[in-house]
Structure formats: C-alpha cells, structure tokens
Design a protein around this ligand. Structure first.
Ligand code: GLU
Length: 418
C-alpha cells in the first residue's frame, strides 16, 4: 500500500485528464481545480481525566455552483488539509455525475477515535459543530458521515446547531438516525450504489454477474453492505479484508456471517468459513471478476496495479487508486467504475434525506431505493455516452467530462458580477 500519492494532486490530474476532452477555457478549468474556501481550526477539549487536548480540524467548501456544499466529516489520524481538499473536490463531481442539486464539501478531524471515550468524542463533535456553525445550514453547507463517523455524530451536530440557532433544521446535516430525521436506506446507500454500478458495468461489458467472484477490501459500512447485496444478486464473495487482514474461500462465504464475526471480535480474520488467511494486498490482487476497494485512498498504487487481475473494479472508497495505478489498469483493460459514481449512493440518499427534512414528509425504503437506482443508472448511462462520444478509454475520465461540464454550465449560467 502506498501513502505517497497526494490526494489533492490526484484530483487535479483527474481534472486535467478530462479537461482535454472539454471545450472549457483554462480559466474555468482553473476554478474547477481549487476549493472556494477552507476552514482550518484547532479544537481544544477536556479529556475525561481533566487534561486539555488540541485537535486540528478542517472544512473545505470546494464548489457551490450547483447547490449547497455537500459532503461528509471524517475522523482519522491521516486527515490533512490536502486530503480534505481532494475529498471536497471529489464530492463536487460526485453530486454532478448523479445529477443532484448540490455542490461539494468535506470536513475532517485529525484523530484516532478508538483512543477516546464516547463522552470525549461528543465534546469534540460539539466543539466542531460550534466552529462550523456559521458556515453550515440547509441552504449553505450540509455535512454528513464519512470514515469513522455515523448517525451518533450527525445527531450531536444537528442538536448543537439547532440549540445554538434556536430552530429546528434537520436538513442542516444528513446521515442522522431515523428518529432524528434520518432517511430509510441511508446506511446501506453507499454499498447499494457500488453494486448497482457494478451490475450496470457487467451488463455493458456483456458479463454475467450471476456466479461472478468478488473480493472486498475494507469491511466497514460500505464494504460489508456491498458484499451482502452482491451476494443477494447471485455473485460469490470469495474474499474480504479489514485493517487486521483478509479471509478467503474459493467457494465463497456468507458475507453477513463474516460481518457478525467482525462485530464480535473486531475483525473478519478468524471467521470460521475462511479457508485461508490472506493479506490486504492479496485481496486486491486476487483473480476475481469484481474487486471492490472499500477502505481509504491510495490502496492501489502503480506497482500493485501491475498485479491486479480483476476484470471490473467498483470503487466504494474515495480515491482508492492513484492516478498512476489508474493508467496501468487502463492499459490492462480493467473497467474501473470511478468512486464519484460507484459510491455516490451515500450522497444521493443524503439528498433524499435533505428533501424529506425540508418537506417534513418521509419516504418508504422502497421509494428511496427506487429513486437511488434511477440516479445511479442514469449516471452510468451518462458515463457510457461520454466514453463513446469522445472515444475515451478510461471510465473515470468519461465521468469527469460529464460532471465538469455540468458544473461549468451552472457557473456560466450564473453570469458574472460587473
Ligand atoms: N461521505 C460520503 C461520501 O464520500 C457521503 C457524503 C454525503 O452524504 O454528503 O460520498
């Protein structure tokens, strides 16, 4: 695994690749490459033992041309200014490719949440909510969960915001628990779009998903749900991994039982149906039909890409391939469904949550899933149309062509201030 690629540089090179196919001036492309603004802040909270501790935190508002900034907040020791900038850019093109009326943003706190108590995390989350309060709001910037955050943190942020603003505004944040204004289907949405996009790609490539073998790297919310849903579609999940290692069974295993094992022990490793323990890298290079990287950025660099043998990759994580890995895989004819489409289910159902919050009218899970499918299938069709129209080899570039054009059009239509 490589941590050398700078995610912000990766984003910019992805934008440059697509710009070559677009009739958009360099001045506008320049705008599409940088965040509009970024907050960098230091949060100091009291530990349970009475000591104080400082944490660095960020919120990047990348682009608001198509609607309020939108994107998650992650808690991770690797969070950095450049990572947050990149992630906020990816959100911009993600909301554009699935055509939801939102912009792109992202936040993060540099912390390993495993080392802190729930009370400490609540104090830190509320401190962050106080800090970003002036820049968020249902019409300004709408945060959501990301790596190591979930309903609990979203509920705290909503409560902090509403209390300080003396209002009820559940649409200020998405990914909340159902009783706090969350949406049906939100928790499963990222994994669901990952497999819907894979289904569309298999169909496009004339490949059978029934009986196809699948490896899943990362068994958090996105990875394990993708494993469960692809199994339900008739594919065979043969490998999975998390930060402790990987499991393998050539005949496949029950992804739900593997998740139960992880819940009980903290890892998929040791799961009874596994025939063999393998490494994270083994999972990424297994000879499978479909590979789902569902962990962090830069999981596959150029060296590792040489060893990748999967036919299709559906990126549940954000930025799992370095641009150099992308090139290698393009040469090897691996069809990579880019993160901005494959994992866009999360933000798409966040959009539905926001709509429901604003209307104070809540949808059934069936309706959420149906509308999600429409957005992902339409996004995939737009990607294919762009591939064919411009004769592009790389599906990521094709997706960026569509997404960047949409953002640039909204920017142009807004006109300019004299
Ligand atoms: N963190 C998720 C993502 O990277 C979801 C963002 C959202 O729901 O706004 O797409």
């Amino acid at each position: 695994m490589s941590d050398e690629a700078n995610p912000f540089e990766s984003l910019q090179s992805q934008i440059d690749d697509a710009a070559a196919y677009l009739d958009i001036g360099d001045d506008v492309i320049e705008r599409l490459k940088y965040p509009e603004r970024i907050l960098e802040t230091n949060l100091t909270i009291e530990r349970d033992d009475g000591d104080l501790e400082r944490f660095k935190a960020f919120r990047s508002q990348f682009n608001g041309d198509r609607g309020p900034y939108k994107g998650g907040i992650r808690y991770h020791p690797q969070v950095s200014r450049d990572e947050v900038r990149a992630l906020s850019g990816w959100m911009t093109y993600k909301t554009a490719i699935v055509d939801i009326p939102l912009g792109g943003g992202k936040g993060g706190i540099v912390i390993d949440p495993n080392d802190y108590s729930e009370a400490e995390l609540e104090r830190l989350t509320r401190a962050f909510a106080r800090e970003i309060r002036p820049m968020i709001g249902e019409d300004q910037d709408v945060p959501a969960p990301d790596v190591n955050t979930g309903q609990r943190e979203m509920n705290w942020i909503k409560d902090t915001y509403e209390t300080l603003e003396n209002t009820t505004e559940p649409g200020v944040i998405t990914g909340k628990a159902l009783d706090s204004g969350g949406s049906e289907g939100r928790v499963e949405a990222t994994g669901r779009s990952t497999v819907l996009a894979a289904r569309e790609a298999f169909d496009y490539l004339d490949k059978d998903l029934e009986g196809a073998t699948v490896a899943v790297q990362g068994y958090g919310n996105a990875g394990w749900i993708a494993a469960k849903l692809i199994d339900e579609m008739g594919a065979t999940v043969v490998a999975a991994s998390d930060s402790s290692g990987g499991i393998y069974n050539a005949d496949g295993f029950d992804p739900v039982a593997a998740k139960d094992h992880k819940n009980e022990t903290g890892s998929v490793v040791g799961y009874a149906e596994s025939e063999e323990e393998i490494t994270n890298e083994d999972v990424l290079t297994l000879d499978v039909d479909l590979l789902i990287p569902a962990a962090l950025e830069n999981a596959i660099d150029a060296d590792l890409a040489e060893d990748v043998t999967a036919d299709v990759i559906s990126e549940a994580a954000n930025g799992p391939l370095t641009p150099e890995a992308d090139e290698v895989l393009e040469e090897k004819d691996v069809f990579v469904i880019p993160d901005i489409l494959a994992n866009a289910g999360g933000v798409t159902v966040s959009y539905f949550e926001w709509v429901q919050n604003r209307q104070r009218f809540y949808w059934s899970e069936e309706r959420v899933n149906e509308e999600l499918e429409t957005h992902i299938v339409d996004g995939f069709d737009a990607l294919v149309e762009s591939l064919e129209e411009h004769d592009i080899e790389n599906p990521r570039t094709a997706a960026y062509v569509v997404a960047m054009q949409r953002v640039a059009d909204a920017f142009a239509e807004a006109g300019s201030w004299p």
